[in-house]
Design a protein. Structure first.
Length: 277
């Protein structure tokens, strides 16, 4: 759907009556009042707290009310359950994953979850207490990486881009490594525990959702993913909700200049905004 179509849908939704729009909502919560007394209603959005939960809470307090949209943030602590909750209707949308992760979930479960569009890049990085760059890794050094196919491939591609290893184009796990000159030893670890692994290995790849709560910042990183990354997080929903006015309005808010300014100010470049004019 084009951005102009989305904007038109928002305008139409805000102008419609609360009774009419109430039929679109999947929750029974009382609708929020917009500036003209009309309402879009409540939308339940699942995400990890940082940065997505923080972004959603900011949007809920800055802009959503003007559209009569109430955002109910539903927190999760892992990458495994938000899509299940979305698929079974417990939530209306989620904001935690990239397109590849979403496609893998659909392929493995037969679900029909869709991406509404990219919202921001939660930059991932390599961290180390022992070296200041990947070039300093000794032969046989231990590198911790995520054990899910999307982020494991993401980490391996970043190492390959730096010339540390060579990989297949569609690498998703260690079998996709085609050359390992330093004979690095890789430890595949659950994403949420990677911050704790930094002290025990020579380098560890940590996504921002778990790095920031653990106190890891850009100053601690030895290599940060760039803006040309393929791993931008998307707003996801079920296929039947793609044109729901609440979904349309939320995506417009998430990709606004105001939210981009908030992300830049709050995370200083670790979160790369997407702005749709």
């Amino acid at each position: 759907m084009s951005r102009s179509t989305r904007s038109a849908l928002i305008t139409a939704a805000v102008a419609a009556t609360a009774l009419l729009l109430g039929g679109c909502a999947s929750t029974d919560d009382a609708p929020a009042e917009g500036g003209d007394g009309e309402s879009l209603g409540t939308i339940k959005v699942g995400a990890l707290q940082t940065p997505a939960g923080d972004i959603l809470q900011h949007v809920a307090e800055n802009g959503a009310g003007e559209l009569g949209l109430t955002i109910e943030f539903v927190p999760f602590t892992d990458y495994n359950t938000p899509n299940t909750a979305l698929a079974d209707g417990s939530i209306d949308a989620n904001l935690f994953q990239n397109t590849t992760f979403l496609e893998n979930f659909n392929a493995n479960t037969g679900s029909d979850l869709i991406s509404v569009g990219e919202a921001y890049l939660p930059s991932a990085a390599f961290y180390s207490d022992k070296v200041t760059s990947l070039d300093e890794l000794d032969e046989g050094a231990t590198v911790a990486i995520p054990n899910d196919p999307t982020n494991e491939g993401r980490a391996l591609k970043l190492l390959a881009a730096e010339g540390v290893i060579e990989v297949e184009d569609d690498v998703t796990d260690l079998t996709g490594i085609t050359a390992n000159p330093k004979d690095l030893e890789f430890q595949e670890i659950e994403n949420a525990t990677l911050p704790q692994a930094v002290a025990d290995v020579d380098a560890a790849f940590v996504t921002i959702a778990f790095a920031l709560p653990a106190g890891l910042t850009s100053d601690d990183a030895i290599l940060i993913e760039g803006e040309d990354s393929d791993y931008y997080n998307v707003l996801a929903t079920r296929a039947e909700l793609e044109d729901d006015p609440r979904i349309v309005a939320l995506y417009e808010l998430l990709t606004s200049q105001e939210v981009a300014d908030y992300e830049n100010t709050t995370w200083g470049g670790l979160v790369v905004p997407v702005v749709n004019d």
